[in-house]
Design a protein around this ligand. Sequence first.
Ligand code: IFM
Length: 725
Amino acid sequence: MTIQTEGWSLIETSFLPEQIHHSETIFTIGNGYLGSRGVFEEAFPGEVRSTFLHGVFDDVPIVFTELANAPDWMELEIFLAGERFGLDEGTLLSFERQLDMRTATLHRQVRWRSPKGRTTRLTFERFASLEDVHLAGVRVCITPEDYEGAIEIRSGVNGESDNLGIKHWEWLGQAVKGHSARLHCRTRSTRVELAMGFLLDVTAGSRSARISRWDVRNHPTLAASLSVRAGETVTGLKWAALYTSRDGRNPQRLLNGALRGLQAQDWDSSHARHVQAWQKEWDQCDILIEGDPEAQLAVRFNLFQLLVAAPRHDSRVNIGAKTLSGYGYRGHSFWDTEIFMLPFFIYTRPEIARNLLSYRWHNLPGARQKAWKNGYRGAQYPWESAGTGEEVTPTWVPNPNDRTNLIRIWTGDIEIHITSDIAFAFWQYWKATGDDAFLLERGAEVILDAARFWASRVEWNDTAGRFEISDIVGPDEYHDHVSNNGYTNAMARWNLTTALELVHWLREHHPAHWNKLRGSLHLQKKELLNWQHVIDHIYIHYDPHTKLLEQFDGYFQREDTDLVRQADRTESVQALLGIEGVSATQVLKQPDILMLMYLHPDMFDAETVRANYEYYTPRTDHTFGSSLGPSIQAIMACRVNDPAACEHFMRAARADLFDVRGNAGDGIHGASAGGLWQAVVFGFAGLRLLPDRWEITPRLPANWKHLRFHFYQHGQLQTVDIRNP
Ligand code: IFM
């Protein structure tokens, strides 16, 4: 893969079949309604072909629910004088694929010699409209170089799509008429209806192709054929439209209306409107980096991936850990959204941040249910969340090294910090935007009910005279069933403290609202007093002599191996030592105490931060541990002026572009992408927001000559422009 230096295009100049899954992920396009992997229109053996629609989940064994791979809208089967075009056959004379991130358009140019020796030039363009998120288009131009004959394009919507073998759609009906075809189907368990259709227009100059209609069940198809001479170009244009029952009661009617409107659609003006919509996004969201082309491209690529996954019109969906770009984690959402991705949206696209937070508010019933089932009060958010907000973390998964064995996954039971992470996100949004209405309508309820959960979750230790939280997993998932994880306990204390601050603010500024909320949540004075009691007595292990926070009870007694520092390692320490083996050591999968210090810059003094940075950094598996780690590590390195910040930053920047963990084929690492924005803004620029102003402490990498970005503070667009002397 070569990278174009002007910073807006991701360019692949050769086709490497062994890397198709990685390429499919990084060439994903989308518009926050749908995400389609960068597969070839004409298909390729072994590809992972998928289009995911936000919120369209269906039931599945083991992982409970997953985003259902929608019927394929991208397919174009091409026949050149009777020979089927495909990169698995014939000779590839030249190949180039570009993702133009400025216009969110995927391009591909191919020169191909068929098995019978005929040479053809083909160019493809594809986009999912940002201006009308129900619309997607693909255009192909085909030029036979040294032969004449019939060029045929067959295209349909293929309802036979599956999720790596599992079928989610049942056929309800279809129609093929004129230049268009439609399919109506429904997910098997969740019963989400989908109406998908398309128009096909194939021309050569002023001549239009002859269309034949193939009413194949579950795969309505049109075939358009034209005879051309050598050097003449055939242009095929396919507009696809799609609606689900999440968009309205009658998606078929919505589709029919859209298809009628599409009759008059021309590529250039529709694409121009899409580009204009993207221009607006980039005007707010872009980061300019001069002096380091790789960092520039990587940052834009990661922001692009967040933007294509960002729900703009839907407040009942969240972004999965792997966005809409792959099967990893089946579309489930984690703390990855609130802690890693959300800050980018809060500061550049607060409307999108509001949608993402609203998803958590809508799902309060699921969180209350989880707390209740576990014998607690308030709202306990699920570690993995999907359509309904119930816990959807699998309990057992097959062992990848021995399929006859199962591995117990504990995170759904005991990785509980997500509840305060979500409360933290609501508070961050409010602090940055000053959006009182949203805090009153949605945020307050979440923060208060999360606090109530913590007050019921803590355990009183009579001997020590303190509250503790036992048997959990902190952010560092190499250690489970631990007690008094520093991150979890401190975040619980933060949640309770903030809830009381909020109560105070509500009483003072919005007494009527406070009365209403107090009534609906049955909050009594006694309960608030208890919250204060928990705040005053919750245990956080801190040694004033060493200034270290112990990550959990007994952490310092675990084996202190230097395996993590071995330069020639090609696997994670967990893969080398096994789940129990790594747990017996002090090796961390990702920052935990340092994560806490990142989120709360005012909670710890500089010496404490340095001491903990120096202790935990050499014990963290930066290379093969969690992809969530490097961006946070980069920010903390900036805080203590460690030049290793650049190395950590580039590790995050390259995560998907260069497939550094070997699993990019499963989808984009959304948290790493969001963390990268934070590393630039809060790390290298050192942005700090104060109630009425902001300040920066730049620590730019030496080769960065110029850094510029925008952010919103209380609705006002601000610009940070830093030149490196
Ligand atoms: O949320 C993360 C977690 O912190 C580490 N394991 C992967 C999860 C999903 O990205």
